[in-house]
Design a binder for this molecule. Structure first.
Ligand code: GCU
Length: 607
């Protein structure tokens, strides 16, 4: 009975929120946009004075709808009484979390207001959208003093239709965001990463024709190396119309007519093509046109599958030489903000000898995925269903499913992504199995071409590491985190351990590692020294290499990163020190151990 209730609740939540996945425009970076990046005035508001009256009622739900900071009153004349004024307020750079920009905001968790003035002359014949790459965590958005809506979720893009709401000339956006952690949210209150708040990714006004190309998918069909399939969807006033798909290098130019919902699916047999791979990250120019719109993208084509314990990329076995990566610039101590930041991280991964990265633990910046396509790195993408989620709360499930849906929708054309992960280290209970099982089913229903995974739970019995997490039955990989030599056992003991894994699937270790303060040296038994981290890597790799089914790994982690859980005043100072590169950009000794191990793993040779 209990299980049935859970099931019903979870399914119902999925149903009622299905339509709420904020449909954002596909490939917004390929459209005509006015960037709103740059300095925004900001006001800290720990008591939400700009949103709630003294009886805790939202101003924007009062009769007048006025009274909040979104009115953007300023000292217009000597009689104006305001207790805020954006005009004289300091600024924060957007994109960028607030924590890394102001000393007093490093630990700030709460509500903060942003305001941006901009000038534009909207064309009455066009449509306009206000697009955010991500805002952490719950934000209320106002244009010219009028509320556009609310968005929840710190890592996924969203947009508001502002057609007809833009003034000719001067306009202003006001946004209130609250990054307070809450038990029933995704992620929940407990994470091992910094709760960076604010407008952390790009903001832009997107200009579109009245009828525009809202979305498209152009990928190889599941299991095929010469059928390109997908769809185009028009949005706007004339949804049914002619669309054309062109891939000039493949001599493809096909035209179709969309149905009354604006959608048309296609399946095209192609001539021989250059398949995308890390060694040869071939991207094709793909052009989608409609009567009034045109969008150009760069898309790679490859296949990914598993066969028993092998992972097959373009039908050839591959070993995933990976590393885990947070969305954080270690030098800055804040979210990655620009293409330059992201290239730095990806070049470090290439220098390490990687062909694969785990973008932990949440949806990363779209630019990161486009760069992975360009430089040739396979990707494990993930949503922040992390640790002790509220498994029986239907809204929590709907939130998780929404973040999964928006992430898959945004990145479905990226060749680099081979894995959608639905979570990390979630404790095994019946409720969790139902919740995660639904997420797996949802991921497969959205994308039947990529592998579905999660970091599973692990037990130990003596010198045996056992993996029998029931969620593994629904996944394509046997992936799990194990911290032998750090959280349990000693480095030199590791070669005595063996694995008992209940699944006939490829094993991809999603995390192992150890902490070291870059530049701190001692003998190999001195914890926090680079030598000790090096010893853990040497013995971990010896232990793992004995595993017949090992087909990849993403050790934890490329660079040190901020964490509120790491308080040692000498060795940590609120930094998780498991990086192979320090927060000063220094490569630690273990970097070279892993680099050599990957050098010895020639492409296609499993063992
Ligand atoms: C966990 C978790 C990571 C965390 C790491 C650590 O496995 O997945 O997010 O940072 O261990 O303890 O450093």
């Amino acid at each position: 009975m209990f299980r049935k209730i859970i099931l019903t609740l979870v399914v119902f939540a999925g149903f009622c929120l299905r339509g709420s996945a904020q449909e954002t425009i596909q490939h917004v970076y390929g459209r005509t946009v006015l960037s709103l990046n740059g300095p925004w005035n900001y006001i800290m508001d720990p008591y939400q004075m700009g949103y709630l009256d003294y009886r805790q009622k939202p101003f924007d739900q009062s009769k007048s709808g006025k009274g909040g900071f979104y009115d953007n009153l300023t000292g217009v004349d000597k009689s104006t009484k305001t207790e805020y004024d954006f005009t004289y307020a300091p600024t924060l750079e957007v994109p960028g979390d607030w924590n890394s920009q102001e000393e007093k905001l490093l630990f700030y968790e709460g509500t903060l207001w942003y305001k941006k003035d901009f000038v534009m002359n909207p064309d009455a014949g066009k449509r306009y959208f206000l697009y955010f790459g991500a805002v952490n965590y719950e934000c209320h958005v106002y244009l010219n003093g009028k509320k556009l809506g609310v968005h929840k979720g710190g890592f996924t893009p969203f947009q508001f239709d502002v057609s007809g709401k833009l003034n000719p000339g001067k306009n202003f956006v006001v946004l209130m965001t609250d990054n307070t952690r809450k038990r029933d949210e995704i992620p929940t209150i407990n994470t091992d990463w910094w709760n960076y708040g604010g407008i952390t990714r790009d903001v832009m006004i997107v200009e579109m024709p009245q009828t525009y190309i809202e979305d498209y998918k152009v990928q190889l069909a599941k299991g095929s190396k010469d059928i390109i399939e997908g769809f185009v969807r028009l949005q706007g006033t004339e949804k049914s119309g002619k669309v054309t798909l062109e891939i000039p290098e493949l001599k493809i130019k096909s035209s179709y007519t969309t149905d009354e919902d604006g959608k048309v699916s296609f399946s095209i047999k192609t001539r021989k093509m250059d398949y995308w791979s890390p060694e040869h990250p071939k991207l094709y120019d793909v052009i989608v046109t409609s009567t009034d719109d045109k969008v150009e993208d760069k898309i790679g084509f490859r296949t990914i599958a598993t066969r028993h314990q092998d992972i097959l990329l373009n039908d050839k076995p591959i070993f995933l030489k990976g590393i885990s990566v947070h969305d954080e610039n270690p030098i800055l101590g804040g979210r990655l903000r620009s293409e330059g930041d992201m290239r730095m991280m990806l070049e470090w991964a290439k220098e390490l000898g990687c062909n694969y990265i785990r973008l932990a633990h949440y949806t990363h910046n779209e630019t990161m995925l486009r760069l992975a396509d360009e430089v040739g790195l396979l990707v494990w993408a993930e949503i922040p269903v992390y640790w002790t989620i509220s498994w029986t709360n239907p809204e929590t499930y709907a939130n998780a499913e929404n973040q999964l849906t928006v992430g898959i929708d945004r990145d479905k054309n990226r060749a680099s992504i081979i894995v959608w992960s639905v979570g990390n280290e979630t404790p095994v209970t019946e409720e969790r199995n139902v919740f995660m099982g639904h997420l797996v089913d949802k991921a497969r229903s959205l994308d039947n071409t990529r592998l579905i995974a999660a970091a599973l739970e692990v037990e130990r019995e003596g010198y045996t590491i056992k993996v029998e997490d029931p969620l593994g039955d629904k996944l394509d990989l046997a992936s799990f985190n194990e911290y032998g030599g750090w959280y349990w056992s000693e480095p030199k003991e590791l070669p005595k351990y063996t694995f008992d894994i209940r699944f006939d699937k490829p094993v991809v270790i999603s995390e192992f590692g150890a902490g070291a303060l870059g530049g701190f040296h001692g003998d190999e038994d001195t914890v926090w020294s680079e030598e000790h981290q090096e010893l853990v890597y040497i013995n971990q790799l010896e232990m793992l290499d004995k595993m017949e089914a090992l087909r990849g790994m993403t050790p934890w982690i490329l660079t040190d990163f901020r964490s509120p859980r790491r308080q040692h005043p000498v060795y940590q100072d609120f930094w998780n020190r498991k990086g192979l590169i320090s927060n000063t950009g220094k490569k630690k000794k273990a970097f070279y151990i892993l680099q050599q191990y990957y050098k010895n793993k020639t492409a296609g040779k499993q063992r």
